[in-house]
Design a binder for this molecule. Sequence first.
Ligand SMILES: *[C@@H]1O[C@H](CO)[C@@H](O)[C@H](O)[C@H]1NC(C)=O
Ligand SMILES: *[C@@H]1O[C@H](CO)[C@@H](O)[C@H](O)[C@H]1NC(C)=O
Ligand SMILES: *[C@@H]1O[C@H](CO)[C@@H](O)[C@H](O)[C@H]1NC(C)=O
Ligand SMILES: *[C@@H]1O[C@H](CO)[C@@H](O)[C@H](O)[C@H]1NC(C)=O
Ligand SMILES: *[C@@H]1O[C@H](CO)[C@@H](O)[C@H](O)[C@H]1NC(C)=O
Ligand SMILES: *[C@@H]1O[C@H](CO)[C@@H](O)[C@H](O)[C@H]1NC(C)=O
Length: 484
Amino acid sequence: MVELTQIYMFIIIIVIIFISQPIFAKEQELLKGFTATPDSSVKSFQPLLSDSLGNYSFGFVRVDQTQLALAVIHVQSLEQVWIAGKSPLAKWSSDIRLLFNGSLVVSDKRVGVLWSSYTDGDRVWLSNTSNLLIESSGDQKLMLWQSFDFPYNTLMENQNFTSTMTLVSSNGMYSMKLGPDFIGFYAKYDANSNSDQGHLYFQHNPMEAKAQVMKGQGPIRAMVSPDGFLGMYQNGSTPVDVLPFSSFQQPGKGNRRVRLEPDGNLVGYYWARSSWLVDFKLISNQCDLPSSCGPYGLCQPGKGCSCLDNRTDYESGQCVTGENKLSNDNFCQTKYGILRRTGVELPNKEIMAYTIMSSLEKCESTCEQKCTCWGAVYSNTSGFCYIIDYPIQSIVEVLDVTKMGYFKVRAGHGKDNTLVGLWVGLGLLCGLVLLLLGVGGMYLYKRENRGVKGYVEEDGMNGGVGPYKNLGTSSFKSIELSER
Ligand SMILES: *[C@@H]1O[C@H](CO)[C@@H](O)[C@H](O)[C@H]1NC(C)=O
Ligand SMILES: *[C@@H]1O[C@H](CO)[C@@H](O)[C@H](O)[C@H]1NC(C)=O
Ligand SMILES: *[C@@H]1O[C@H](CO)[C@@H](O)[C@H](O)[C@H]1NC(C)=O
Ligand SMILES: *[C@@H]1O[C@H](CO)[C@@H](O)[C@H](O)[C@H]1NC(C)=O
Ligand SMILES: *[C@@H]1O[C@H](CO)[C@@H](O)[C@H](O)[C@H]1NC(C)=O
Ligand SMILES: *[C@@H]1O[C@H](CO)[C@@H](O)[C@H](O)[C@H]1NC(C)=O
């Protein structure tokens, strides 16, 4: 009899553990006093909060294996639709803590606060379109903060994109901002130059078919409509512009979103039960992308990529070796060579600034004398001289041989690689030796420690104990599985 009761108890406990895991992971609100610490055994995502449908989840994301970001992800695709602060906040470590005390706060034991919502709310929850919200309780529930006001690279349907916001591509190169009456796309290839937002590489102006943008009537906003278009609005709900997706006005498509891609394009997707399908690309022509063939690449419409320098083979998008930026501040302090090519023009030259010059020589010498000029493109028929004051990206091939390009190539580009290879090899070898020594040392150290203290840190059984401590990958997988 006694044995039977014990077996029953055992079974009940097992069942409770089984049931409680997904329930924990599907937590639908966080209240004051909540804390969580990243779990070292988590491989990709540690869920902390879920929306009512289980489509989206808020939690810690591992980036590049060692970094930690606080993010909202789409559960089935693991797509990151929002990231706090637009970038990883810290190293993935048990020193990091997320707490909710009215503000959502991420802090590091040693460094202090890394990110905060700076609010005084009572409750955090996730809407079924992935908006993370902080609300006050009481008679009137006031929305104090929403992640939709701080977009990363993605806009979800019904999310307002206003002139105070910026979308940034995941590689940090491209950004999207609203101008007074247009959507502007900006590129910044030199991460070192924190001068401004970068140069405008694409612009979308409203068609103003049903309503017009009125000067002085307030800023415009953009929004992805559930009806399948990217709309621009000024006042009210009549759009001043509609950019239709290919599934325009087809009801019943799942959640929609647009994302600023690492190639600088704005791409629209909708969820089709098991995957995201593309139904919109703002820049439809490959050669119109700002860096379609990489630095010093030549985009040949309908043919693909080659290199500006016809002696270089286009291999894996690399027309120049080494880094495409200046070691010194400018070309007046750097050695460089010159590359010329006829039959070329800038992508989207319509929006690029130019000066009219009487000859190619004048255009070239203007660039030559300018320390920050990387190159120039000249049209012999119109006299337009385009000065390129950012690292050379892809240029478009045209049949018109009166269009000519002049490009500075930093000395050292295409240099002998074997020496570099040797140093890399030596570095790796040293690293390996150090690693082996380190592992050996660690092993000895741990063995001694175990004897004394009697607990094992690497098993993840101590440190940062909270209700979410052991809800790592395993429980997350269970969400994924139950979704299918
Ligand atoms: C959200 O969940 C519903 C119900 O489970 C499902 O039909 C829908 O496809 C999901 N949408 C997304 C974007 O995952
Ligand atoms: C919440 O915690 C952070 C970090 O410890 C602190 O700076 C902040 O003042 C706290 N906020 C409230 C409302 O207590
Ligand atoms: C999503 O939430 C909104 C309001 O919060 C609700 O009206 C809508 O029905 C929900 N969608 C689904 C698919 O449950
Ligand atoms: C977007 O902006 C419009 C107009 O200001 C407003 O009516 C609407 O509630 C906003 N939507 C969200 C999700 O904030
Ligand atoms: C490469 O370009 C130069 C200058 O435009 C031209 O003179 C030369 O013939 C080209 N070489 C090849 C192999 O196409
Ligand atoms: C440019 O135009 C001028 C006069 O219009 C002409 O003399 C010259 O040959 C042209 N140069 C090239 C490279 O086509």
